[in-house]
Write a protein that binds this ligand. Structure first.
Ligand SMILES: NC(=O)c1ccc[n+]([C@@H]2O[C@H](COP(=O)([O-])OP(=O)(O)OC[C@H]3O[C@@H](n4cnc5c(N)ncnc54)[C@H](O)[C@@H]3O)[C@@H](O)[C@H]2O)c1
Length: 258
């Protein structure tokens, strides 16, 4: 599906990361991968993971810094000449922003940091990478239904995800004529480092699993396989979309079994 496609993966932290499941699926389906990591803390894991998945290179990139984004894209272009796929799997909110009621927790600084790292970073990466992206290339990012529906404790992260989903539509609209597709995957809850920062995440996981048409939570691998599809030419007609990989949770106003 993605044989010999050169795909840059941003947002790998550890083996539980959604980016790890995406990379495993991509690698098994023949893609060549390049990885970035946020800071030195993640370097050892990323180097090992890269070896296991036939990675071409690893490069540090704090997405809050334009200079790091520039260096990352330059590294990919130096290695590959052009880029066939980009995975943005990055999110961050200060802990006090994703805990409690929004009227008690939101601050100007918390709003700015959350939107910068979780939403602008996507725009910044795409802006830098698109001139080097091949025809029939594909970009994906990760979002959550908290962008559309109020979700306890998700707060300002929901606002940032709404912005991210809007960015997907704007970039898809203008990059389509260059042969570049842009989509997001709205994943159901999965236990990861980022998710553990959300207050009450365990309850979220339990309630979600009990209320999907599939009667279970989804797996990171299911997100990974959908990502591989979207990054492949098989998804050639799909752009500007939010694709839900959530066991069907989003289609219901109420669980029919209750
Ligand atoms: N886990 C879930 O339940 C879930 C559900 C829907 C969407 N998502 C989204 O999936 C994406 C990946 O999250 P995850 O759950 O795999 O958690 P994760 O903690 O494994 O991944 C988050 C990544 O963001 C990176 N990051 C944060 N700040 C950064 C910065 N300044 N510069 C560079 N990288 C930075 C971290 O290093 C990490 O690799 C996020 O956008 C998240 O919102 C997660």
């Amino acid at each position: 599906m993605v044989k010999n496609k050169k795909i840059l993966v941003v947002g790998l932290a550890n083996k539980y990361s959604i980016a790890a499941a995406i990379s495993q699926s991509l690698s098994e389906n023949g893609a060549t991968l390049g990885f970035s990591y946020q800071n030195d803390r993640f370097e050892k894991f990323i180097d090992e993971f890269s070896k296991e998945t036939n990675g071409a290179f690893t490069e540090i990139c704090d997405v809050a810094k334009d200079s790091d984004i520039k260096s990352l894209v330059k590294r990919a272009v130096d290695e590959w000449g052009e880029i066939d796929g980009l995975v943005h799997s990055v999110g961050f909110a200060p802990a006090d922003q994703i805990s409690g009621n929004i009227e008690d927790s939101i601050t100007r600084e918390g709003f700015a940091i959350t939107h910068d790292v979780s939403a602008y970073s996507f725009a910044g990466l795409v802006k830098e990478a698109y001139p080097y992206m091949s025809e029939n290339s594909s970009i994906i990012t990760l979002t959550y239904i908290g962008s559309q529906q109020a979700t306890p404790n998700y707060n300002v992260m929901g606002m940032a995800k709404a912005s991210l989903e809007a960015s997907v539509r704007y970039f898809a609209a203008t990059l389509g004529s260059k042969g570049i597709r842009v989509n997001s995957i709205s994943a159901g809850p999965i236990k990861t480092l980022a998710a553990s920062g959300i207050k009450g995440f365990k309850t979220m996981l339990k309630q979600h699993g009990a209320n999907t048409p599939l009667s279970r939570n989804i797996t990171a691998r299911e997100v990974g396989d959908t990502a591989t599809f979207l990054l492949s030419d098989m998804a050639g007609g799909i752009t500007g979309q939010t694709i839900y990989v959530d066991g069907g949770y989003n289609i219901q106003a109420m669980n029919s079994e209750q």
